[in-house]
Design a protein around this ligand. Sequence first.
Ligand code: 3HC
Length: 315
Amino acid sequence: MSDEMMLKQFQSRIDNGEKIEPGDPMPDAYRKTLLRQISQHAHSEVIGMQPEGNWVLRAPSLRAKKILLAKIQDEGGHGLYLYSAAESLGIDRDEMIGQLHAGKAKYSSVFNYPTLTWADIGAIGWLVDGAAIVNQTMLAKCSFGPYSRAMLRICKEEGFHQRQGYEIMARMMSGTAAQKEMAQDAMNRWWWPSLMMFGPHDTESVHSSESMKWKIKVESNDRLRQRFINRTVEQAHHIGLIVPDPLLKYNDQTMNWEAGPINWEEFYKVINGDGPCNHKRMLHHIKYHREGGWVRDAARAFAEKQQETADTSIY
Ligand code: 3HC
């Protein structure tokens, strides 16, 4: 089949809403942008465990510690689903991790901020996972089968993550003056980085037009960001938190909460490696990836042994 024929057939499958599976004919550019996005998504899930892990030993109660441990464990699992989805496109995990360590792959900007108090754990669950749910619910409709199916499982678990974060914030906002101040401080520091999670404005987005044509994205960065803002501003007001945006206003016509300008200079600074914690996150990932090598070796040796036994047992 000529490339032109394949492209035509591929696009009509996409336009008909069909799922593309790993073994199907697909344009190299489709594979390439999926690999870029899915591997970054997987890296984000794993690196996102660091800021929260910082508070496991300092959780204010055994209940809080158990919930945080369960959430962090979920995030590791999300990373594994996503690395597996990316591997179905013909890249292996070691190569993806190598790209991350060499600065050739990104992870979500939001994980380059420090977690200074327990309220940050509430803000991350409520705002960061809340933003992730809006984005990932859209990605569950993605044209690439393994990615969209991974999202179905991930979104279910994100629901718990978002609610436990909001519970932390609600409890602190009905607590002492010091707890209220701590929760508002976390809101002030995590609001804008959460909006940045959706990526640049549609007019500045490098990949959106291609991703929309191939239904990798079925809604734009700005449309998802607006949905997140509308939902979250109401939740903030419900528990007495102030949204740190003096220009925020409600538009009766569009029924949208219209946010003030995002600091894109900060965004590009962070995604280009110069955020508050980029260096720390990468050193930590490299150190523990190296120290965990023996686990991977043991798992590989076990899998090879299993395969050997399976091969010999069929005769
Ligand atoms: N952080 C880091 N890089 C970002 C970014 C962000 N928040 N937003 C955009 N970028 C990068 C893009 O990767 C791209 O750079 P690249 O060409 O080197 O890959 C560049 O900025 C231009 O942005 P585009 O809008 O053109 O890029 P995309 O079309 O890929 O859209 C995206 C960006 C919306 C983040 C999209 O990549 C996406 O949906 N990714 C998967 C979802 C994801 O990463 N979710 C957040 C992390 S997971 C998480 O939150 C865990 C939770 O459980 C706590």
